[in-house]
Design a protein around this ligand. Structure first.
Ligand code: DC
Length: 213
């Protein structure tokens, strides 16, 4: 299936540096930046607002289906809104959302809905879309796939700088082991390890690896 617009897919684990890299790549190219983690975070926020236990997959499915998550583009990047409420970075990155998001993201029906929304964004224009399954599941036909990684040591120090070491390690474990589209290096992806290079150098490497017309 050919894509109407180029989509640069950027996948990788938590604390790998992929969000900073993806945002800058989008800025440099003038593409729209889509952070799909925020879409899973928005559903998680709605599930928690409904008082649902995130371990209860049936209740998560029901609460998620009752809430419409929208991703309007504002200033070159998608925002996330639930029931018309635009979620702030503080709401999206709260401790309860951090703790629950991988549990919500492993529910297949939640993924199906968000993957459909992510594919629909492909029609709006050229994108840089980052997440865990973008090159493997959402846009497997894209010729522009990047996987961002960093050594365990570097990721551990980034985690502790973020102040929630255990949560991030636990999220990685669930994200890699879940049945529905686990985190993998997508076929054909260029792997960029940014353990010992600067953010600007990582962005340069991503752009050099892409074969954009
Ligand atoms: O990118 P992030 O750390 O904000 O993502 C939060 C969680 O959302 C992550 O632990 C797993 C899930 N996620 C996913 O399953 N698939 C994606 N494409 C993006 C995120």
């Amino acid at each position: 299936m050919s894509l109407p617009n180029p989509v640069i897919t950027i996948d990788g684990p938590a604390a790998s540096g992929k969000s900073s890299i993806a945002r800058l790549v989008a800025q440099r190219l003038g593409y729209t930046y889509v952070n799909t983690g925020n879409m899973y975070r928005a559903v998680t926020w709605a599930v928690l607002q409904a008082g649902v236990d995130p371990h209860d997959a049936d209740a998560v499915r029901t609460a998620a289906a009752a809430n419409v998550v929208e991703s309007p583009v504002v200033d070159g990047r998608t925002q996330v809104c639930v029931g018309g409420h635009a979620l702030s970075d503080v709401e999206l990155n709260s401790d309860p959302v951090n703790r629950a998001v991988s549990l919500v993201a492993r529910v297949p029906e939640v993924r199906e809905r968000l993957v459909a929304d992510q594919r629909a964004l492909g029609a709006i224009g050229p994108l840089v879309m980052e997440g865990r399954d973008i090159g493997s599941v959402v846009f497997p036909g894209s010729p522009h796939k990047i996987y961002v990684d960093a050594s365990e040591e570097v990721r551990a120090s980034r985690r502790s700088a973020q102040g929630h070491a255990d949560q991030v390690a636990e999220r990685d474990r669930i994200d890699k082991q879940r049945k529905a589209s686990p985190l993998v290096i997508p076929e054909g992806a260029t792997v960029i390890d940014n353990s010992h290079i600067t953010l600007d150098q990582a962005v340069d490497q991503v752009i050099a690896a892409l074969k954009l017309a």
